[in-house]
Design a binder for this molecule. Sequence first.
Ligand code: ZN
Length: 491
Amino acid sequence: MENQLFIYNTISRKKEKFESIIPQRVGMYVCGPTVYGDAHLGHARPAISFDVVFRYLQHLGYKVRYVRNITDVGHLENDSDSGEDKITKKARLEQLEPMEIVQYYVNRYHRDMEALNVLPPSIEPHASGHIIEQLEMIEKIFNNGYAYLSNGSVYFDVLKYNEKHQYGKLSGRQIEDLYEYTRQLQGQTEKKSAYDFALWKKANPEHIMRWNSRWSEGFPGWHLECSAMGTKYLGEYFDIHGGGLDLQFPHHECEIAQNIAANQTEGVKYWMHNNMITINGQKMSKSLKNFISLEELFSGQNNLLLKPYSPMTVRFFILQAHYRSPLDFSNEALSSSEKGFERLMNAVKTLEKIVPAQENTVDVENLRNSCYEAINDDLNTPILIANLFDGVKIINSIYDGKEKINQENLLIIKQIYNDFVFNILGLKDEAKNSVENQETLKNVVDLLLNIRLSAKQNKDFATSDKIRQELGKLGFEIKDKKDGFEWELKK
Ligand code: ZN
């Protein structure tokens, strides 16, 4: 069977055969979080969607350099070129060094991602650590005539750019609409037209995060960091750029314009966008106060939640929708994902108990092909999961004695579940880890203490004392009893 991945390319608006620019290597850039608050459901979706892309490309044998940035500068209050930087604002309110805020939320973001079994990227660059690269890019854009200086700030000249290139190519926006919008707003800002965006902003006196440049003391515009860091780590033209649909315009549209203006290349071969999550049918927004942080989701501490949902339930819930489809959060949907995930995990356990027969009555090749077909069709995880559930029926009928499987096919079906459930979809058996680890620990400590007991009976006090001391160092408190021992883990 030919194993060929097709992905929907936002810029061409069609599914394209995936062919890496350099054979066997993939460069992938995904816009990461702005770290001024806890990660919520809206952060989980891109992280998990592109984690599956990362995992599957590696499964196909590609060496992937995955870059996911940390936005810690230049992302302004109202997503335009005015307002206060969100991190600066938080630092001012809490009287902290901005980098304390950044570190605090980066740590928490990593904790949440690890819980969701999202693999760490190959490189996680911070915008604040790449000011020089961003200034160099502004210089190039400026020298190529696509930027202008106004009151110490540098703006990208969208109308000038649009004379030769197509601004709006990615998002499908028409420049005529932009002209209309621009006319209405003219004269209200220091920009030549309303659609121009900041490459460098001169800092107000109260702005804490600021750097020197030949333009002014200030900070880079938000769109610039991804162009600069993508180019630095993946080159001027790389394979995949991903992010949420909300970033398509203006963020990614601006990235393309910056790349062309600086390097004469769009920079990216395949653009991928995940759709958004709504909460009980509504968009997540500050005014509706319906953000659910991942920490709250895992603990159940939010009024919108009927109970806590485990990280793997959340991951499974997200994977049950195609990444380009909208997904609505509700307690009913999460509860049904919880049951579905449990059914899948039970089938994997059942698989371990199956004894192979001489005859074979099941078609595992067909199951494997249908799984690859689904994932190769633009990472269609809901169809993949449906196919895995078809396989669950096969597994259960074999276990019930209604069907038979031989040794060779049993190995294949185990491989299918190992590859797709654990390696590609990135799910893991949470119950297995906690319960089985505890059980194993108990057995190992009992074993050691029984060895100690017989050492004592043989008057080998050196060995019995050593076992007691070493376990003590690990935090185990041991009490000798007339008929044996008792122990407790103190820390
Ligand atoms: Zn970005």
